[in-house]
Design a protein around this ligand. Structure first.
Ligand code: NAD
Length: 516
């Protein structure tokens, strides 16, 4: 685990690190603490300060003051990018430590933790730093005809930006908010999920050491309903970038309306995964399992509705179940583990509740559905990969986000019917098509209402492509070439070069020239 250090976020308390918040360049503690629990073992991994609304206020005040001082926002973008380069260098030297944090704090199987808790943050930070170097911060505007003027289109930082993140991808989702906001010259307050604060607080230390001035980057802990909601309502906050459930996203959007905040929302999903009748079945079976099982199904972009043509249905389900039987569920720190635990008692109960609901609704449970028992499963929050067939799209298990290792299989008889079923959802985050005929798959992709569509693949999130949702999966995009647009305001600056009053448009208003 992370070694505590005198100038870092954590202090050692009888062998357990205790994490403090980072506000205005100071480590801030509270009398009460959260417990960070390993979901595989129920062991105490760390404790963390329990922030309240006064800490949210302090963080916003520090961020506002830092923004107004101009030190960071007037630092040239290439120098801001160079600060991120230094963080990349440090994180690259601590890969094992951060991989272990991902496994212990959040239950990521080790191989997956290396990719998602370290690899993605590194690649995505690099993307934002590179973007900052080539972004068009100032571009020449059009020259107006009759009036002799010159104009610029500038991209200015917005001000204090708040990022609110969930527990499922602790570091990478903080990176998606903090790093583009910072390279664009904003000040940032991150409200981390109370269950997974470690990686964000370690990032705060790395950013400070790399040269981000005090107050520009702040991390607060605290409950969503109090601290999160307070930040969203705060009049000095100009932008909120929120990742979490659609239900809370709705609240955020509603509250943000009072002060017309800029809002980016990355919300839930119910990804439809369409297998066409000409798919390579080996690849599609493996892909279907991967689509719904990454991080035990606790990924917003998971493929949780599998749409099979009736002609292939039975064979496909049989092969899928055979594949699932080969997967190893267990200790995330064991490199052989494929599937880890779910995030804690609340998630566990919720997912098991959906499995019961699926049975009650008349779907057929063809695999899993149980809590594994025996050695290695005495503690922790475990659920077997679970597959239901005979699912109708109006059943809860097909229409609601379960956020666990549960797959709903639906049949279709024509591609039009598959597209209709795929789009018949309030969500629109991800979708997939499996076919050996790529032009045919592209035609289907074109009809799907989703922000990311993978053909013969899943979970392939690239820093170079925008990521975000159609419909109630959100608004705005993260990553991709336009990522910095989300953290800047367009400003038009026009200079009159004519020097002549009579050439200006004032005559539209004034009937007489000045000094007449
Ligand atoms: P959640 O909405 O319960 O919580 C997310 C964050 O919001 C937490 O930090 C929480 O403390 C805070 N919060 C809760 N209530 C709040 C309020 N009223 N005002 C402000 N903040 C509040 O979500 P969760 O259960 O932690 O995460 C799972 C959800 O996140 C799933 O729905 C998943 O699909 C979604 N998600 C989406 C993406 C994406 O990119 N689209 C990525 C990951 C997760």
């Amino acid at each position: 685990m992370v070694a505590t250090r005198a100038d870092g976020p954590a202090e050692d308390r009888q062998g357990i690190p205790h994490y403090r918040m980072f506000i205005g360049g100071e480590w801030v503690d509270t009398p009460e603490s959260y417990e960070v629990i390993n979901p595989a073992t129920e062991e105490l991994v760390a404790t963390a300060a329990k922030g309240d609304t006064s800490h949210a206020d302090a963080a916003v005040a520090a961020a506002k003051q830092a923004f107004e001082s101009g030190e960071w926002r007037n630092t040239p973008p290439a120098e801001r990018a160079a600060v991120i380069d230094r963080v990349i260098a440090e994180l690259s030297s601590r890969i094992d430590e951060f991989t272990e944090i991902g496994s212990r704090e959040c239950g990521f199987p080790y191989r997956l933790s290396q990719a998602i808790c370290v690899g993605f943050p590194l690649m995505h930070m690099q993307h934002y730093a590179d973007l900052a170097r080539r972004y068009e911060w100032v571009s020449p505007g059009p020259v107006a005809g009759a009036v002799l003027s010159a104009s610029q289109i500038r991209r200015d930082p917005i001000g204090v930006c708040v990022g609110i993140t969930p527990w499922n991808f602790p570091l990478v989702l903080v990176v998606w908010k903090a790093i583009p906001a910072l390279v664009a010259g904003n000040s940032v307050v991150i409200k981390v999920d109370e269950k997974t604060p470690i990686a964000a607080l370690e990032l705060a230390r790395m950013l400070r050491d790399a040269g981000v001035p005090d107050g520009v980057f702040n991390v607060v802990t605290g409950n969503g309903e109090t601290v999160g909601a307070h930040l969203v309502a705060h009049p000095d906050v100009r932008k909120v970038s929120f990742t979490g459930s659609t239900a809370v996203g709705r609240e955020v959007m509603r509250t943000a309306a009072d002060t017309i905040k800029r809002v980016t929302l990355e919300l839930g999903g119910k990804g439809p995964n369409i297998v066409l009748d000409d798919a390579d079945l080996d690849a599609a079976v493996d892909g279907a399992a991967y689509a719904f099982l990454l991080h035990a199904g606790q990924a917003c972009e998971s493929g949780t509705r599998l749409l099979l043509p009736s002609s292939l249905h039975d064979e496909f389900v049989r092969r899928l179940v055979d594949r699932l039987k080969t997967l190893k569920i267990g200790n995330p720190l064991d490199p052989a583990t494929d599937i880890g635990p779910v995030m804690g008692p609340v998630q566990h109960k919720r997912i098991l509740g959906y499995i019961e609901k699926g049975k009650e609704e008349g779907a057929t449970l063809v695999h899993g559905g149980n809590v594994p028992t025996g050695p290695g499963f005495e503690k922790g929050y475990w659920i077997e990969p679970t597959v239901f067939t005979d699912v109708r799209n109006d059943m809860c298990i097909a229409s609601e986000e379960i956020f666990g290792p549960v797959l709903s299989v639906l049949r279709y008889d024509s591609v039009d019917e598959a597209v209709k079923l795929a789009n018949d959802t309030e969500y629109g985050l991800s979708a997939g098509v499996w076919s050996q005929d790529v032009p045919r798959a592209l035609e289907v992709a074109q009809q799907l209402q989703a922000g990311s569509v993978w053909i013969n693949d899943w979970h392939n999130i690239s820093a170079h492509l925008p990521f975000g949702g159609f419909k109630q999966s959100g608004t705005g995009r993260e990553l991709g070439p336009q990522a910095l647009d989300e953290f800047t305001e367009a400003k038009a600056v026009t200079v009159d070069l004519s020097g002549k009053v009579e050439r200006r448009a004032y005559g539209l208003v004034f009937s007489t020239p000045p000094n007449a």
